[in-house]
Design a protein around this ligand. Structure first.
Ligand code: G6P
Ligand code: MG
Length: 218
């Protein structure tokens, strides 16, 4: 029996994944790494330093920089990302997600956040959604980021629920792998061809409703 919902943030609740991609694209250009759709998909859901390492690897530049230089580039990306976030409001909530979260809350489901982003508290606040969340996993406390299951294992633990009582919602391949590895039910939001490991697929957030999820689970 499902008792809790564990949410990714960027690309699931908020339209912020495009801003992450924009800021990484800008850095990739600066580092002389070709930006592709495939690279963009690989980066989704992946933490800050892991993302930079994937970009460098994609350009065959994984040994070109010291740790200090990498930290400098990651910080630069984050500054650009934060600039793009200026003026973020509840209008940036993806279609139907506010209604879905309100519906979960009204039906007494527990709700936690499993975002890899250190900026997630700021984003949730700008969207005025903090009040719906019973708990949040702090990504800075994790040993391993997505696709490792750790963040979704913790997403259930912080709600005092068993994994099989939880549904994890994701727009990223790395995130779906994390949910599946945690033995929770995975909901993929986006291209079903890319998110083909998800238990349930929706092509966009407007289809994500309790009724549609219940239907898909039967
Ligand atoms: C999310 C996004 C990624 C981002 C990661 C780290 O998972 O989908 O694109 O790289 O968080 O975010 P941060 O804000 O901490 O750099
Ligand atoms: Mg995401």
């Amino acid at each position: 029996q499902i008792k809790g919902f564990i949410f990714d943030l960027d690309g699931v609740i908020a339209n912020t994944s495009v801003y992450h991609a924009k800021a990484w694209h800008q850095l990739a250009d600066k580092l002389g790494v070709t930006w592709t759709e495939d690279l963009a998909n690989q980066l989704k859901g992946v933490g800050r330093m892991d993302s930079l390492n994937l970009i460098l690897k994609s350009g065959g530049k994984e040994n070109d920089y010291t740790e200090d230089e990498k930290v400098k580039y990651a910080t630069e990306k984050n500054d650009n990302y934060l600039n793009l976030l200026k003026g973020l409001t509840d209008k940036d909530i993806l279609p139907g997600m506010k209604e879905f979260i309100e519906d979960l809350s009204a039906n007494n489901y527990l709700i936690s956040l499993a975002s890899s982003s250190k900026n997630s508290p700021k984003v949730l606040q700008a969207l005025d959604l903090e009040k719906y969340f019973d708990a949040r996993v702090d990504p800075s406390t994790l040993k391993n980021g997505k696709p490792d299951p750790e963040i979704y294992v913790r997403g259930a633990e912080v709600l005092n629920l068993k994994p099989e009582e939880c549904i994890g919602l994701e727009d990223a391949v790395s995130g779906i792998k994390s949910v599946n590895g945690a033995h929770e039910t995975s909901v993929g939001i986006g291209d079903p061809g890319i998110l083909n490991e998800a238990d349930i697929n929706f092509t966009d957030t407007s289809q994500v409703t309790l009724a549609n999820i219940k239907k898909a689970m039967n």
